[in-house]
Design a protein around this ligand. Sequence first.
Ligand code: SF4
Length: 493
Amino acid sequence: MSDEKIKQLPKLWLGDHYNEGIGRDDIFDKLREECGVFGAFNVPDACSLGYYGLHALQHRGEESAGMATVESASGKFSYHRNMGLVKEVFDQTALEGLPGDRVIGHVRYSTAGESKLANAQPLIFKYRDGDLGVATNGNIVNAPSIRKELEMQGSIFQTTSDTEVIAHLIARSSKDFVSAAKDALQRIIGGFAFLIMTNDKLLVASDPHGLRPLVMGRLGDGYVFASETCALETVGAEYERDVQPGELLVLDKDGLRVDRFEKLERRATCAMEYIYFARPDSDINGINLHSARKRMGRQLALESFIDADIVTGVPDSSISAAIGYAEQTGIPYELGLIKNKYTGRTFIQPSQELREKGVKMKLSAVRKVVEGKRVVMIDDSIVRGTTSLRIVNMLREAGATEVHVCITSPPFKNPCYYGIDTPDRKELIASQKTVEEIRQAINADSLYFLSNEGFIEAVGGNDGEYNRGMCLACFDNDYPTPVDPTSEKSCSC
Ligand code: SF4
């Protein structure tokens, strides 16, 4: 069902979730990663590599997928993108139309109204020196003002994506391509990981705070870039290092050149990547996420021990933390909740009753496991509170005598401006209610959040960098860049 159709549904049908800006997955009230990027340079059959790499990043975006390739010998530039999952967008014919030894690829979520092919990435442009493809993960905070300025000067935008501003800034410059790209990157503010490809170059850039993850690997004589290390593993590349904040890597016939477009002021990798978004088999800044989440569970147990019979985690992202909580307390970990991975995107049904069934299609309580038990339920975050309420009630209906909710993040009080699709502040339950009020709203016997300090400690201890090099703005309101709270939180990817 398209987002346009979702918006046309009666308010009753979506209940509390009805909102112009809410898309299909939001009825489950989870934060959404916006995008994943993958790139490779000097590798045989680059599009096959891109296919598998994007597949590994599918959890970061299910709305659209795309790849652009270049044959370095001829400079031939090809691309294909469409709405849908990677396996839906790329069949054999599509892959055969993408020859080359260089690739950039993208998977995308979108906010409502933006779910259209024109915004699917890589965005492709013709400029004075040839073809230009841009794939990004993140959000450009000052894109609206740059866009307005460029439009006043005569630029005509093809898409509603913020990413397009970087292409216009590059295309309008009279400098050589790399200098123009550097100037453009210096002008934009936000959290972003860029892959920019022309007929003869690949540029790779991470924002000056490293808000969005981006890693580099080696494959034979070639290079591979991805939002997460799990994609490197999938394609058989060896992890080399994280792309550093403010870095600009230039790859062409002369190989790799490391440059900078901005000096590093404060590293601020998104904390929610550690808590929820990235796959547990990925590493960020050298920290494995399964291990970090287990430590979050352990820390939560130290801060909030509960006398209970079983511990269960809300799948998939909270299972590692639930194991950690169980290890620390000695309370057995049980599979009290099961996620059905095969519901695809068909779960929305046109009636309240069927919608509730749709929720159960996606997640179920295991009656024989939770019946008669005092349950500690571990989850990663509470956004509006509606999902937590549903899951607590689901456990109670399955016979749990007590349900204690433990959250492996501090209260989520502030919206994100860096590419994570969050509701407005007034819809974030933690910004409107006390912990006790939230407990009542989600019908839990008790409710605990991990402390800021406990979270930082769990991720990897205080290594001297402010907040251990993380952005915690959604918890502490300390944004690493200027943000305009009145601006629309649109996504560039
Ligand atoms: S505000 Fe929150 S979600 Fe956004 S980058 Fe910072 S930690 Fe991540």
